[in-house]
Design a protein around this ligand. Sequence first.
Ligand code: SF4
Length: 415
Amino acid sequence: MSTQDPREQLSRYQGPLRVWASDAESYAAGCGVFSAAKVRRRFTAVGWERRYGDDPIMLGVIRKIIVALHRDERTTTWEGLQEALREQMAQYADLNPGLRRYVAHAVEQYLDAHDELAAQYGEMRFVTFDPVIGSQGREVVVWAPLYCSADGVREVRRLRVKKARGSTEEHDRWATVAAYIAAGVQMRILPTKIRIVEVGLFDGSTEVVFEGTPDEVRARYEAHGRPVIRGLVEAAGYRPGQSCQKCKLAGCCPSLQDLSGCLGQQHLLAAIGIPLEAARARVGPRDSRRLTTTPRFDTDVAHARSYAARHGHLAARSREEHEGFPIGRWLAEHRQRARRTAGTSPQARVLASLDPWWNPPWPMRWQYAYHHARTHPDTPRATQWITTQRQAWPLLHPGQQQLLASIGISPGTLR
Ligand code: SF4
């Protein structure tokens, strides 16, 4: 192994540089030498090379399936989506069964979130994954999908395995860099607005973490993004911590040699961060929740009441209107609000009184298909859907089983 300090080796590197928005996100907490090695794409330490496993990354699988489904016209119906999803999942037959179930669930939730975002902000077309700007071997990239509308709105979506969160920092560095990239990508339609949205794959929740004009995006990047990118490229000091586990230099880092056995020691890594209890204590108790609805809600909910009276449910499609009121979009907004609110709001209680499954924990596409099967049970589409449900019965949520049972469908019972 070379005895040359890795920082010296890094300073001589002449190859391409690539900075990811996620590097900017973890900048403050991370090791400076780790960041400098990571952004130097072709850098390997003299005498030691890190080998990475080739297991598919779960989010990577989800992304590939999302792209394929965006291009598949069958996904407008629940049955078509299931067929297309089955075909896609067949390509990952060697995934662990628990992971397969999560991937299928996450993809459905993502497509629901996509529809709900379209209902709230208008149609968006998928452009690409991982947009990149820069030239001559100096690139800035964001690991995320980019969408755009016909009138120049560009949207980057940050995928989270759990629920979507609002931005926790005053200047969300990931969003700052992602917005700058989205504004700078060369496209036929010039950008008019940039939006950064977080999507929770667990429940299809969404949170807008940034929205602004291209000028606002550039000003924010100059103030809060560019200095961070510069800092990432310089090989500042060593700081052992979580990044050691995935560091290109882990086998030859002088800092780790002083901490023999650091890799993989959870207790040591936890000691570097902030304990969960301390973080919770700092946040303090939640504000007391409002007990009543608003006058605006009381006016709007009259449309929901009338819709439920006519159809027997609140599973309105995202673009559906009722008596001139955008009932689909309004319900989509309330579903999103309910997903990011702890506990049950007064509004959610009112909607649940009209339809207990107005915001189900399963994808809305299933709910649409259920109501179609309930009201048109003899159509070929409903018959096929019912057969699929009976076969998949053990995998269904108890609430889904209850809904099916209420219209006479159960395993082993023919309608
Ligand atoms: S092994 Fe750890 S301390 Fe050493 S350079 Fe990598 S991240 Fe920094």
